[in-house]
Design a protein around this ligand. Structure first.
Ligand code: G
Ligand code: G
Ligand code: MN
Ligand code: NA
Length: 257
């Protein structure tokens, strides 16, 4: 309750910040970043979205907060568009069900792209399986409208929800993310390795980019590579970084850019 009181004013006080976690293909090429929101709380310091997103979804703040996330990501894309080596980067934003199903969602996203001048092809939307339990037809229709404008879609936390296989077939997706719960013990748990393999094969067969989340060690990455998964996100490469730190990280990855 104490957290909730501060949450309402946090947006106007400018207390939210985005961090960006690189997504890497092969061993070094950064293909994009995932935007992850944090709350710079005056007393508590950086508060994790795991703590406040559920509250924001409950009380409706997720709608203006989600709008702020998309606007901020678009502004970042527009800033990168003119920088050599940065213009190809995409930003993935997490969108919750309540936000995605707002009547104004499509208009908001297209408006943010237009106002910022960001390229729609560089903006990716991550939906989780739990988003998809309500009103699947409506969700698919919206995805198709946004994809027609060039946006891409990623299915987050794959394998942790319901009806995974049916969704994977029906949804107009570009990418699927192997949930980090399957990556964590991939070296020691044959079931996790089997699930990660299944998701990779299925994703590739359906023409999707498959990204493994929560990759923390080289051994995990090697194992994923062996099963055919070539794109990764996780602490092995980088933690989520503030915009300034991210610039330094990108410069270190490709010094000539
Ligand atoms: O960054 P971190 O591991 O603390 O994120 C925890 C959870 O918060 C993740 O499930 C992530 O998807 C979610 N999250 C992070 N940023 C956003 C956001 O901008 N919008 C929504 N809806 N969820 C987010
Ligand atoms: O649900 P979603 O996939 O959006 O969650 C992303 C969350 O995963 C972020 O909060 C981020 O901090 C966290 N994360 C990113 N990389 C790693 C990792 O290598 N290990 C662990 N344990 N968490 C990670
Ligand atoms: Mn995500
Ligand atoms: Na995830």
């Amino acid at each position: 309750a104490e957290l909730e009181a501060g949450l309402w004013s946090a947006l106007e006080k400018g207390q939210f910040v985005l961090e960006y976690q690189p997504q890497v293909r092969g061993s070094a090429k950064v293909i994009g970043v995932e935007a992850l929101v944090r709350w710079r709380h005056p007393e508590r310091g950086l508060v994790s979205p795991a703590e406040f997103i559920p509250i924001a979804e409950e009380n409706g703040l997720i709608v203006p907060l989600g709008r702020w996330v998309i606007e901020t990501a678009c502004a970042q894309l527009a800033a990168w568009a003119s920088v050599p080596g940065r213009a190809e980067l995409s930003i993935a934003v997490n969108v919750s069900a309540r936000q995605f199903l707002q009547p104004d969602f499509v208009a908001d996203v297209l408006g943010a792209l237009e106002r910022s001048g960001a390229c729609a092809q560089r903006l990716e939307i991550e939906l989780t399986e739990s988003t998809l339990i309500t009103d699947i037809e409506q969700i698919i229709a919206r995805m198709e409208v946004l994809r027609a404008h060039g946006l891409r879609f990623s299915l987050d936390d794959f394998g942790t929800g319901y009806s995974s296989l049916a969704y994977l077939k029906r949804l107009p997706l570009d990418q699927v993310k192997i949930d980090r719960s399957f990556v964590r013990d991939i070296l020691v748990d044959p079931n996790d390795a089997a699930i990660a393999t299944m998701i990779t094969v299925l994703g590739e067969t359906l023409g999707l980019v498959v990204v493994a989340e929560g990759v923390e060690t080289e051994a995990q990455r090697d194992c994923l590579l062996q099963i055919g998964c070539r794109a990764y996100q996780g602490f092995l490469f980088s933690r989520p970084l503030g915009a300034v730190q991210l610039e330094a990280f990108l410069d270190a990855m490709s010094p000539q850019a």
